[in-house]
Structure formats: C-alpha cells, structure tokens
Design a protein around this ligand. Structure first.
Ligand SMILES: Cc1cc2nc3c(=O)[nH]c(=O)nc-3n(C[C@H](O)[C@H](O)[C@H](O)COP(=O)(O)O)c2cc1C
Length: 296
C-alpha cells in the first residue's frame, strides 16, 4: 500500500478533461496542481468515435470520444516532453487491450522520463471491450497484477461506476497490487432526439459526467472505502470546495476535477486555495484527518 500519495497536494485534474495541459497553461500556474492526468493513451493510435462526440444534458455532459489519441510513441515524443517541464506530478493514463500487451507497455514506459505514476483506465465506456476489466473482480486482479509486474511506478486503477458492486472490483484491483483506486469514470447513458429517432451522439451510448453524477460517485467512493485499504482518488461532478470536502469525508484521499474544467477552467485552483479555510472550519489540520470520517 502507498504510505503517502505521490502528489504535491490532493487536487488533480482528470483524464480527457484537461487536454495535454498546454491548452490550459494560460489559466493558472499549472505547477500548483497536485498532479495532472492527461488524456488516456493506448499502444497504437486510435481515431476515436464518429461525431457528434459530446452532448449537454441536465447538469451533465454525455461524451463518446472513444479514446481518440495518437498512441504511446507519439505521446512520449510530443506530449510528455512538455508535461514533464510543468513542475507537477504527471500521472499517465493508460488503456490496454489485453494481458499480452503488458510487456510492451513495460518496455515503453521504462524508457520514458518524467512519469510519476500510472492510472490504468479499465473503465472507458466508449470503446468496445473498454470496461471488461472493470466489471469482473478476477479479471481486474489479473490485468492489474500483470501490469504491476512490468512497471516500477505507483499504479492507480480507474474504475467504472457501471457495476453492481464497485467495492468487489476494487478488492480485485487491490489484490492485483494496485497502489490506489481512481473512482469514477463516466456513467453509461443515452441522449435521444425523438424527432429524428436518433441518438444525440454519433456512437449511440455515451458516458455521463459532471454535477449530475456526483451522488453516484460519492456512493462509489464510500463502497470502495469500506472494501479496501488503499487510497482512493475521488472523481465525479467536483467543481467547488464543498464538493471536494464531501469526497474527502466520504473516503477520498485526493480528488480530480473533470468536466468542470470545460466551463470553469480555474475550478481546480480555486478549490486548492479554499482548502485551508474549509479544513479550519471543521477543526482539521490537514486532509488526512478527515478522510472517510462520514457517519454512514
Ligand atoms: C470529454 C471527456 C473525455 C474523457 N476522456 C477520458 C479519458 O480519456 N480517460 C479517462 O480515464 N477518463 C476520461 N473521461 C472521464 C473523466 O476523467 C472523469 O472520470 C469523469 O468525467 C467523471 O468526472 P467529472 O464528472 O468531474 O467529469 C473523460 C470525460 C469527458 C467529459
């Protein structure tokens, strides 16, 4: 188990919602973040899903990007070269197809400089097979164990809320050697145009994010907190200091800001600035003192 999280502070930005960070560098001093998780990268380039890829819903955003990315080789040359100059922790989000891919990932990641941790995305709802590893505890354990063997970095496993008991999946990740759990990815959803009788997204179903999913994400964090002994990074509908504090008392040791980055790009830094006062308000000296203290 990770004794101490490998971040400068507990406020991070979520994969797929902060680009590769250079797009966001005009909004605030990025080095102040606890860490940045860039868009998920795969072994080979992926064109992503057909447009439209995003659709706004009540208090939420439905997306079906489909892990559009240029592959790990390009990522290391063109994206990581900038990311490692920022001065905060860089957590690379990786999606793998199967256990056989693990050894190739090991070789590629070993050669790459400037990676502080890995987030294994086993939970993308927008790619075929994308959530298989996140729906079965045994499968989750096998893939995490295989991946842990080839890397020498802290590994966070990002889980899907689209399961009956997320605590059981988290246990699988823990048994496989995960250093922590990131929870959660998007909730599977559908937006419909009744006039055309077509889905609003080109790919049909999509992943729902934003304020609409916060109660689901909090429920997941609580279930995971009760199931495992590794730290949890809470994700889902976080925009304000109140949201962040709710996640800490529910069981998260750190948090990621996702969809809020699109409409409030300084949300993460505002939460960081507001954190000392919020802790003082409940008589705590640091976040560690309040993690999981919810009476439930
Ligand atoms: C447009 C978009 C793209 C995303 N891409 C990724 C991705 O590449 N990898 C990943 O692990 N999560 C991805 N996510 C999920 C977010 O990282 C986050 O887990 C989810 O949106 C819930 O947090 P939020 O409600 O704060 O956005 C994406 C979310 C959105 C809205």
């Amino acid at each position: 188990m990770l004794k101490k999280l490998p971040f400068n502070n507990p406020i991070l930005t979520a994969s797929g919602t902060f680009g590769y960070a250079d797009e966001m560098s005009g909004f605030f001093e990025l080095s102040r973040l606890g860490g940045i998780i860039p868009k998920t990268v795969t072994l080979f380039p992926r064109p992503g899903n057909q447009p439209p890829r995003t659709f706004e819903t009540a208090s939420g955003l439905l997306n079906s990007i489909g892990l559009d990315n240029d592959g790990i080789d390009d990522f290391i040359v063109t994206k990581l070269s900038y990311l490692r100059t920022i001065g905060t922790k860089i957590i690379i989000s990786v999606a793998i197809k199967n256990i056989e891919e693990c050894s190739i990932w090991g070789e590629k990641l070993q050669k790459a400089e400037g990676i502080n941790a890995i987030e294994l995305n086993v939970s993308c709802p927008n790619v075929s097979g994308g959530v298989d590893f996140a729906t079965d505890p045994k499968l989750c354990e096998r893939i995490v164990s295989a991946f842990c063997k080839v890397i020498n970095l802290p590994l966070f496993v990002k889980l899907s809320p689209n399961v009956f008991n997320i605590g059981e999946i988290a246990k699988g990740a823990e048994a496989g050697g995960a250093g922590g759990i990131s929870a959660v990815n998007t909730c599977l959803g559908l937006a419909v145009n009744w006039r055309t009788k077509k889905p609003q997204l080109g790919n049909g179903f999509g992943g729902l994010s934003g304020p609409a999913i916060k109660p689901i994400a909090l429920r997941c964090v609580r279930q995971i907190f009760k199931a495992v002994n590794i730290p949890i990074i809470g994700i889902g509908g976080i925009e304000t200091i109140d949201d962040a504090m709710e996640f800490f008392v529910t069981g998260a040791s750190a948090i990621q800001i996702g969809t809020a980055n699109f409409y409030n790009p300084t949300a993460a830094i505002k939460i960081l600035d507001a954190l000392p006062d919020a802790l003082t308000e409940i008589g705590a000296k640091n976040v560690t003192e309040i993690i999981g203290t919810l009476n439930c």
